[in-house]
Design a protein around this ligand. Structure first.
Ligand code: FES
Length: 116
C-alpha cells in the first residue's frame, strides 16, 4: 500500500468534507466524529458524486440522488435506491447492490495521508 499525502489536517475541520484527486480517482474526505474517512466520491448506482450526501447517526453517507447509503468504515451499502418511493422495484431489478471503495487514513506531521 502507498500512503499519499493529500491535504493539511487544518484544511478539513470537524464536520467538513473535501474532494481530492488521487491517481485519477475522485476521493471524498469526510471529518466525522473525530475521524477522517476517505471514500470513492462516486455512487455505484449511477456514478454520481456523494459529496453532498447526508451522514446518518449510524455513520453512513446517503447518496443525494436516490438515497442509497454506504457505511463510512466499510463502504458496504446499508440502503439501496430508496428514493423516490417505489423506484427500487424498477431500478433495483436492473441494478445490483454494490459497495464503494474506502481507503485507510492517517495524520502525520499535520498532514492527512490516505492509503491506496
Ligand atoms: S446515484 Fe446514488 S443512489 Fe442513484
Amino acid at each position: 500500500m502507498n500512503w499519499i499525502q493529500v491535504i493539511a489536517e487544518n484544511e478539513l475541520p470537524p464536520n467538513e468534507r473535501k474532494v481530492v484527486k488521487v491517481e485519477n480517482r475522485s476521493i471524498l474526505l469526510v471529518h466525522h466524529n473525530n475521524k477522517i474517512y476517505a471514500l470513492e466520491n462516486s455512487c455505484p448506482h449511477m456514478k454520481l458524486p456523494l459529496k453532498k450526501g447526508k451522514i446518518t447517526e449510524e455513520g453512513a453517507i446517503v447518496c443525494p440522488f436516490h438515497r442509497s447509503a454506504f457505511d463510512l468504515n466499510t463502504g458496504n451499502p446499508t440502503e439501496w435506491i430508496t428514493f423516490p418511493p417505489g423506484i427500487n422495484k424498477l431500478m433495483g431489478l436492473v441494478s445490483q447492490e454494490k459497495a464503494i471503495a474506502v481507503f485507510p487514513t492517517r495524520v502525520e506531521n499535520g498532514n492527512i495521508l490516505i492509503g491506496v
